[in-house]
Design a protein around this ligand. Structure first.
Ligand SMILES: [Zn+2]
Length: 255
């Protein structure tokens, strides 16, 4: 069966001498892995449409449940060439691509995640305030998949309006949230986060992109929030990988 959709190239992996496995983020199939025959042999339009980040109209062939349908057509809508050409920018964008690959389910429609990535890439290309846009993407993407850290209430008892202590709020990486004083009584080694970071996080979580474009948080705030997000993501990835390994050990199921 021939199917058509659009997609953003997340990753390509060489397969044999001239073939590629191409992973796309698509609106109606989530993460979609396809097999591309011989795109490396000639400098064809088909080959250049498979560069990472390229947004294309694609067609693929295979049974509904085929694990690797064959990519038969790919027409570039937008190449995002300037992001690939700027190494520092491309490296930062690679972080959100990795995050997306790590957490987005295969073959499950997720129009919101697709639209978030597409808009983020356009914003990064247009105004290159990539640090803010990258953090914004991480927060919104984690929210979409249900893994966003909780910084507006105690993650254990649900108490809201926790007072910031003298040296900030107490964030517990293993809980993925802040805890109130009572709940944190017997726990050690919280990460201290400032009131400014909690406020910036809440703004990025709730504001729309147009409003976010008008703010210019300090580098210090951005880097503090970025550190918290990276700690949280690292923990979530380890937890997910461990639980996958555990399920695999029980069922022999391969992910
Ligand atoms: Zn509590």
């Amino acid at each position: 069966m021939l199917r058509r959709t659009e997609g953003i190239v997340l990753r390509t992996i060489p397969f044999g001498e001239a073939d590629l496995i191409v992973s796309f983020l698509t609106p109606d199939s989530g993460l979609l892995k396809t097999f591309a025959k011989s795109p490396l042999k000639t400098k064809s339009r088909f080959g250049s449409s498979l560069e990472p980040l390229t947004h294309s109209r694609i067609a693929f062939w295979g049974k509904e449940d085929a694990s690797l349908p064959r990519l038969t057509q790919s027409d570039i809508i937008h190449p995002f060439q300037s992001i690939r050409d700027t190494l520092s920018c491309f490296l930062k964008v690679s972080e959100i691509i990795e995050l997306t690959i790590q957490f987005i389910p295969e073959r499950e429609a997720n129009k919101k995640a697709y639209s978030l990535l597409l808009h983020t890439l356009h914003d990064i290309e247009n105004d290159c305030n990539e640090s803010l846009e990258i953090i914004h993407y991480k927060i919104k993407f984690l929210e979409l998949i249900g893994y966003a850290p909780m910084l507006d209430a105690c993650g254990r008892c649900g108490k809201v309006g926790i007072d910031s202590q003298r040296d900030g709020y107490c964030f517990y990486v293993s809980w993925g949230c802040i805890l109130c004083e009572a709940c944190a009584k017997w726990m050690d080694s919280p990460v201290r986060i400032s009131q400014g970071v909690v406020k910036l996080y809440s703004d990025l979580l709730t504001w729309d992109i147009a409003k976010i474009k008008r703010i210019r948080p300090s580098d210090m705030l951005l880097s503090e929030l970025s550190d918290i997000m990276d700690m949280h993501i690292k923990h979530m990835i380890t937890k997910t990988l461990n639980s996958r390994a555990f399920i695999r050990s029980l069922t022999g199921f391969r992910f």
